[in-house]
Structures are given as structure tokens and as C-alpha cells.
Design a protein around this ligand. Sequence first.
Ligand SMILES: *Cc1c(COP(=O)(O)O)cnc(C)c1O
Length: 375
Amino acid sequence: MVEQILLSPPHMSGTEQKYINEAFETNWITTLGSNVTAFEKDLADYDQIKYALTTNSGTAALHLALLALGVQSGDQVFCQSFTFIASANPVNYIGAQLTFIDSEPESWNMSPQALDRALHDAQKKQQLPKAIIVVHLFGQSADMEALINVADSYDVPIIEDAAESLGAQYHGQPSGTYGEIGFHSFNGNKMITTGGGGCMVTDNEEYHERALHLATQAKEARNYYYHTQQGYNYRMSNIAAGIGRGQLQMLDHYVDRCCNIFTTYQTALSRIPGIAFQPELPNSRGTRWLTTLTLRDQDPWVIMKHLQHYKIESRALWKPLHQQPLFKGVPFYAHHTNQDVSGDLFTHGLCLPSGSSMTTNQQQRVIDVLNQCLR
Ligand SMILES: *Cc1c(COP(=O)(O)O)cnc(C)c1O
């Protein structure tokens, strides 16, 4: 029996159990509790930021970030098109209007020139967005300096979707801490996991307080239940936070391992004609959460099928949101007026198994199968 090699399975270290046991021993299982407080402090320290608010998903953290910035029904919000659907869904929850922005070839993330064109048009219509959602896909940074320059010239705040990039750095600063607000995900397949969860990070006390209030059913500080606003039940449980505390201690080790896996793939596959790996911007350090690449001389869908036959999980890159039936009719700004970079990446791209727990032998098996079918 050949064992299945998964794309990015959870990787437990053992210390998670200790913190879960603490929660059991104190019978503090529900939301709030010592693990939540400690995990939030650990996250804020790791990100070198003032406030980290843990939530029961990354999607919830983004929803809170939008609400903290005051986004309301009918407002405009710009979002990177090349991403997972969760980057845009909370905009719809609020009833705000989306515009999608293409990627640039240099980072695969938001194109500063497409953003500039979109903001220019929005200003002319007097409909500037309330927020711009920039994503750091697959653990690689967007060009935050260029994007912030553009956004600042129109005075629009940036939310960083750092769901996939916890542990990455940009200009020596932790990923997700450059914009007004950032967020991470601790879903099962991400760099670290709490079994499901997320967190919002910011240096702005007002945004933090507003998000915390909304995440706890907007309960006012009185000795009975009193509400003036619609809230949500978005906090993380003390059990999940216990897993997170153990996981966070392993994060740098996991990042190193994923970067090693990437380098091994790059070395072993570099001679395949038409292959190119996701680039890394100078002055940034990605996590290589997933090793991703494009193939110009082969059909990636055929390769995925072939890998599947050998019980190796691989996946296409994110199908851009401007191509999703759900978002039919939503405006889209391409990198150049007739160069759809994200659409092209989807057509030619592939994600390889990259879990931090993958063994050298397992990776060699992937490389052998790839060399065999791409030769
Ligand atoms: C995983 C992910 C999210 C959402 O996180 P959840 O914790 O699954 O809600 C958002 N954006 C991107 C880019 C993601 O990969």
C-alpha cells in the first residue's frame, strides 16, 4: 500500500496537549480563559504589534476588520482577485460593493498599477473605497511599499489578508502589520492551526476595541445584557487557543522546513522546460507555505491527474474571483488593460505538497513522479 501524500496537513508538536489539559483541569473550555489571553499576547509579541484579537476563523477576523474601519452597506471595497473566496465574502456579508484588482507578475499579489487605475476612476466618480484588501498568497508578500504609496495618495486604508503568510516578513517587519489592520488564519491546512480559528492584528486601539466589542455579541459593559448594536459570536475557544499556543512555538521551525522543501523542489525541477516558481520580492522573506509554480509547456491539469494516480495530492492555484460565477458582473481592473495576470496564473499554475511534516522520502517520491511525467 502506497501512503497518500497530502498538500499541507496539520503538524502537531506535542506541546499543544499540555495547554489543552490545562483548559480541562481548570474546566475552562469555552470562549475566553487563560489560553486565549496568553495566545493573544504570544501573537502580538510574534507580530511585534500592540493588539491581537483571536477569533473562531480568519474569515470572522476579516469581517471584524471591515466593520472596525466603518465599512457599511453600499460602500465600495477593493479586493485582490487572485485569492481564496474568504478574502471577499465578508464584504458581501456587509452588503458593500466589490471591485477586483489583478495581480502583478513580480509577486503574484495585488498590482500597484491596476490599483492606481481603479482608485483614479473611483475618485472621478466620487466613490473611493472604504478599504483595500491586499493578500499575501501562499506565504509570499505583496509589494506593500508600492501599494501603500498608491493607497495613501487617495487616503484609503489597507487591510492585509495575511491568512497564508503568518511567519513571513516584509522589509524586516512581520507580514500583516504594514496596513491599518491585518489578519491570520489558523485553519487546518495553514502554516499553524488551532483546528479552526484566526486573529486580527492592529496597532490602533480604537479598531481593536471596536472589533472586540462586535466579536462578543456587542454586549455593553453593564451588569445585565444590554445591546445598542448588532454583534457576532466570533471569539476563539480556550481549547483552540491552547492548540495555538503550542503551535506558535513551532512556527519558525515550520517556516524553515517549508523553505527547505521549496529549495529542494526548485533544485530538482529547475531543468524542466517552461517551469517557473512563484517569485519572492527583494527585501521580503516568504514562508513558502505551499510551493507553487507555473508550467508553460505542459497542461497542469494532466500533471495533477498523474500525481493523483500515485496518491500525491496537488492542486490548482486559486481561481481568480473575477472569474467566479458568484461575482459575475463585479468590476475588475487587469494589470495592463488587456493582460489578465491572475487568469493566466490560474491556467498554468500548480501547488505541490509542502506540509512542514513531509519527510525527505515523501518529497523524493513527488519529485520522481514529476520528473517522470514532465521529462
Ligand atoms: C484560509 C484563508 C482565509 C480564511 O481563513 P479561515 O480561517 O479559513 O476562515 C482568508 N484568506 C485566504 C487567502 C486564505 O487562504
